[in-house]
Design a protein around this ligand. Structure first.
Ligand code: AHM
Ligand code: MG
Length: 320
């Protein structure tokens, strides 16, 4: 039987056909970024680029290259009028397709601190429809839409296999890149997060700095659930394990990052969208991630993603 490829998306839900070419573009970017990652050491492309991004973080050369590749592939779809990227302070308008209907939000290379140790990294994206009339230039306000408005979202995991996990709002599917035919093939249909088992995943070295009673809440979750612990330090890898094995991933606010570390528009919302589409729960303090009305392109929030059972235990109010 012929393998099911990313074209499958065209048949899904009411937005599948419109999303398919853009998600195909994400797939092409993923293949190129994976090739760049594999050869980076030979091209002198490991290490810092010498500039800071808008977050005040050192950009790695691979952050910059991945951003360029992603933007180029979004341009080549012909359906994207602008891209909001972690690596770019301002919204990037695609002049050639300024009248197109869709905007893409992206973290082109998430977890890039793992690059020095050949650890897993990822790409995270979400797609929204512009709010402004398409006769005019898109505006950053077009990106400021809550997760309820997201049409499609997903992530790419650069691990032992190259995978894309995505949703157009009718469940979550995982596609694995088959290098023998250069296609992403459906390998994980209808992913659902297990309610039992799994791991808790958090940078516990920050526990004494967490706010929102998270220290006590996590201790109670550990005691009640008996979960083991895993932490990669790349959101895509930690999210993917949580989705497949169950449990919880969190990045709480702390004294150093009082509004959290992870970015709302291109980290929390796409991952929250995927988690909810897979039957799990995505919270930020006591608010659903997808209900938050964004205020700025690079806004940060605390994030707790996982199975409903584990999130409910984490947030039950009786923690002392
Ligand atoms: P980045 O987008 O600059 O790579 O930062 C986000 C990453 C996430 O992938 C990960 O969950 C988190 O930062 C890890 O942070 P920490 O090193 O503080 O545990
Ligand atoms: Mg990131």
């Amino acid at each position: 039987m012929a393998a099911v490829t990313l074209n499958n998306i065209a048949k899904q839900g009411k937005h599948g056909a419109a999303m398919m070419p853009i998600i195909q573009g994400v797939g092409r970017a993923a293949i190129e970024i994976a090739a760049v990652l594999r050869s980076a050491v030979f091209r002198g492309a490991l290490g810092q680029a010498g500039a800071e991004n808008v977050q005040g973080e050192q950009q790695q050369m691979l952050d910059v290259l991945s951003d360029e590749i992603f933007l180029d592939e979004m341009r080549s779809t012909g359906f994207v009028c602008a891209v909001g990227s972690e690596e770019q302070e301002e919204l990037l308008v695609i002049d050639e397709y300024v009248h197109s209907d869709y905007l893409v939000l992206v973290d082109p290379l998430d977890g890039s601190s793992n690059l020095d140790v050949d650890g897993p990294v990822g790409t995270i994206f979400s797609i929204v429809k512009r709010k402004t009339d398409n006769s005019i230039c898109p505006h950053v306000s077009d990106t400021l839409q809550s997760g309820q408005e997201v049409i499609a979202a997903g992530y790419v995991l650069y691990g032992p296999a190259l995978m894309m996990v995505c949703s157009v709002g009718v469940g979550v599917d995982g596609y694995t890149f088959n290098s023998s035919n250069a296609r992403f093939e459906l390998s994980h249909p209808n992913i659902r997060i297990p309610e039992s088992g799994g791991y808790y995943s958090v940078n516990e070295s920050n526990a004494d700095k967490w706010t929102d009673n998270m220290g006590a809440n996590l201790e109670r979750l550990k005691k009640e659930s008996g979960l083991g612990m895993r932490y990669v330090g790349a959101m895509v890898a930690d999210m993917h394990r949580t989705l497949i094995k169950g449990g919880i991933f969190l990045y709480p606010a702390d004294d150093k990052n009082p509004t959290g570390k992870l970015r709302l528009l291109y980290e929390a919302i796409p991952m929250g969208f995927i988690m909810e589409q897979a039957g799990g729960k995505a919270m930020s303090r006591d608010v659903a991630v997808l209900d938050i009305e964004p205020e700025s392109l690079h806004q940060r929030i605390p994030v707790y993603l996982g199975s409903k059972t584990k999130i409910n235990i984490l947030l039950s109010k009786n923690a002392k």
